[in-house]
Design a protein around this ligand. Structure first.
Ligand SMILES: [Zn+2]
Length: 659
């Protein structure tokens, strides 16, 4: 047995040296040792590992973890923590709390005190052997002492020792050596597994959180962490002897201040039953130990300073307050502004901080909800407001539109600019949406802005009155739009773009809550001309399935507003036409294709009055499938609804045969 250990130790050391570019022995000497091991123990894991040909074929050798690196159950709230604590035997409700590092999990394996392998977690069972890179990292102990102390008693170092750690980039190193990377975690994962040029691995740090000793010398987590530190490892921050209340207090402290003060990123705390035997007695479920839980932080949130509130005017005239603050890195992105939604939300933020208003210099907590949407969570420290109405640092609700100076109207939680066509923000938004919805290619936002800024475009109809030569003489403001403007105007005036289906026409004008598909629903219900729409009452529209009172009111109000302002008449005046409603044998019926696309067939159906839908719903008339007896998900759903399902050949017959 000891002969095998000796052999493996020498082989491991030779392999390691080889990885480091300092071979200890010739290849043939290595092969001799290896052959000897094959004779003594043909199934030894070392042989599999070396057999995996380090660095060949572009990947790191795969290694199997002796003890799988499982994952943790999670608690996202105090309620969930309480649930978990409830499952711990009452006598064992003393906990150790460790920081949950946000990095790359690593297992360090020691044989006879010598570091022989550093492997990533991988899928928990199989990881990658990145020993060469690990040797360069900070916090990695290469040689363990022959004995260690537990409670003052010297104990010989076991033959096998495993240390689990997390590879991170400290903020200090990130600032200095990883400028331009999105966040420390990405830097850590990208660098740790680099195959060429591993030099940057010296700016990575391995922070240890678990010690696995043969013979289980440590009776508590605290003892284990102290021992790790005494062996020279950099160890995660930890707290112990805590009851549930104590755990919560530590957690709250991290959320408020402590987390931001750390030199590395953590995304939660690991709460473990302190007594090792009790913890292990709780067992494992689905690879997750029941005796510990990851208590995650609410969202990644950072403190920053509020600098401004900008009021953004949308195409509907609605003002949205946007907070601007000193940039913070959150979930991999630099964030410097976030919507404050509406006046009530601003009032709420101020009120919770015991203030009446928000003030430049307020310290705010910013997160990214679901790691995506920037969000101002709360005011952490408010700058005192002395009540001076004219203090330029105080944010007051605007009285007039910041873009056009028109009066503002309150609409529930929102402020609306009353400027309509006189408000450039609304004009730009309205025209941009029109161009997008009716689908004019090459007519970009910058061209729309240029046209609006020129002062010659105040309504949608105005763009049809312009000529490309008008654009050529506009002040280009240094922007080159000439070439694309040519194409854009050509596309705008293309015959197909001048004749729009009614639902596209009405659904692109920006009526609140009425897009093209809602407009189509209204058209299909029989309001299939501008004239019929003009005569529609809210009650009639509300009675259409899928519309409802709110949208019906919005439609009728919005439609009449467009009529009153002459928008519709103007558009017809510049030559836009509404397509005649198609009548034919398929009139009033709807069709959806699945498993294939066929533009010709779509056009043939539309030419006979049918409409094309993108999905299966209860109102769909026919689902057309590639094969007549399709059993696809859509086909099954359609049959469940009682919708007719036919093959593509049958569909062609119904429109008069394939051309
Ligand atoms: Zn305005």
């Amino acid at each position: 047995m000891s002969q095998i250990i000796d052999l493996v130790t020498r082989l491991e050391a030779a392999t390691l040296a080889y990885y480091n570019g300092l071979p200890l022995m010739s290849d043939s000497a290595f092969d001799l040792l290896r052959d000897e091991l094959v004779k003594l123990d043909p199934s030894h894991p070392f042989l599999k590992r070396v057999g995996a040909a380090p660095l060949a074929g572009g990947g790191w050798p795969k290694v199997k973890h002796e003890i799988p690196m499982g994952s943790q159950n999670k608690a996202q709230s105090e309620v969930e923590l309480t649930d978990w604590v409830g499952k711990v035997p009452v006598a064992n409700r003393l906990f150790t709390v460790t920081e949950k590092m946000d990095g790359i999990s690593l297992e360090l394996s020691y044989l006879n005190g010598k570091l022989v392998r550093g492997a990533t977690r991988g899928d928990g069972e199989i990881g990658e052997d990145i020993t060469r890179n690990v040797m360069l990292m900070q916090g990695v102990v290469r040689q363990l002492p022959a004995t260690f102390l537990v409670g003052g008693v010297p104990i010989p170092m076991p033959v096998k020792v495993n240390v689990r750690a997390e590879i991170v980039v400290t903020h200090t190193d990130f600032e200095q050596f990883f400028k331009g990377d999105s966040n420390p975690r990405n830097s850590a994962s990208g660098t740790a597994k680099r195959q060429s040029d591993p030099a940057k691995c010296k700016y990575l740090t391995a922070v240890a959180y678990q010690l696995i000793l043969e013979g289980n010398a440590c009776v508590s987590k605290a003892q284990e962490l102290r021992l790790l530190a005494s062996l020279g490892f950099k160890v995660v921050g930890w707290h112990h002897d805590l009851d549930q209340q104590g755990v919560q207090a530590v957690y709250d402290e991290y959320v408020k201040t402590k987390r931001d003060a750390l030199d590395y990123d953590i995304d939660g705390l690991i709460i473990e039953v302190q007594d090792r035997d009790a913890r292990e007695a709780m067992g494992v479920h689905d690879g997750r130990p029941k005796g510990s839980v990851a208590y995650k932080f609410p969202h990644e949130a950072k403190a920053t300073i509020l600098r401004a509130i900008r009021w953004q005017v949308g195409s509907s005239g609605r003002l949205t307050p946007v907070a601007e603050f000193d940039p913070v890195n959150l979930a991999g992105a630099n964030v410097k502004q976030a919507s404050l939604h509406n006046i009530s939300y601003i009032d709420e933020l101020a009120r919770q901080a015991g203030q009446q208003v928000l003030v430049v210099g307020d310290k705010i907590l910013v997160s990214r909800r679901n790691d995506v949407i920037p969000y101002v969570e709360e005011v952490l420290e408010a700058v005192d407001y002395d009540g001076d109405e004219n203090d330029p640092n105080v944010f007051h609700t605007p009285k007039v539109c910041p873009v056009c100076g028109s009066a503002l109207q309150r609409d529930g939680e929102y402020l609306m600019c009353s400027g309509k066509d006189a408000c450039p923000a609304q004009v730009i938004g309205t025209i941009r949406r029109w161009i997008q919805k009716i689908g004019v290619k090459h007519f970009g936002d910058s061209l729309v802005e240029l046209l609006c800024e020129s002062g010659r475009v105040k309504t949608i109809a105005d763009i049809y009155r312009l000529d490309v030569s008008d654009v050529a003489i506009m002040d280009m403001g240094g922007r080159r739009v000439g070439g694309t403007a040519d194409k854009a105007f050509h596309n705008l005036r293309a015959p197909a773009a001048m004749e729009l289906p009614l639902h596209v026409f009405v659904g692109s004008l920006g009526i609140n809550m009425i897009g093209r598909s809602m407009a189509q629903t209204i058209v299909e219900a029989g309001f299939d001309s501008l004239d019929k729409m003009t005569r529609a009452t809210p009650a009639q529209i509300a009675a259409i399935p899928g519309v409802g009172q709110t949208k019906a009111d919005a439609f009728v109000d919005g439609f009449w507003d467009l009529l009153d302002r002459g928008v519709i008449t103007d558009l017809l005046g510049v030559g836009l036409r509404i397509q005649k409603p198609k009548t034919g044998v398929l009139s009033g019926k709807s069709y959806c294709f699945t498993g294939f696309r066929d533009d010709t067939l779509e056009k043939a159906i539309e030419a006979q009055g049918g409409t094309i839908k993108s999905g299966v719903s209860k109102s769909l008339t026919v689902l057309v499938t590639k094969e007549a007896n399709s059993t696809s998900g859509k086909a099954q759903t359609a049959r469940k609804y009682g919708t007719e399902v036919i093959g593509v050949d049958e569909m062609w017959q119904r429109v008069g045969g394939k051309p």
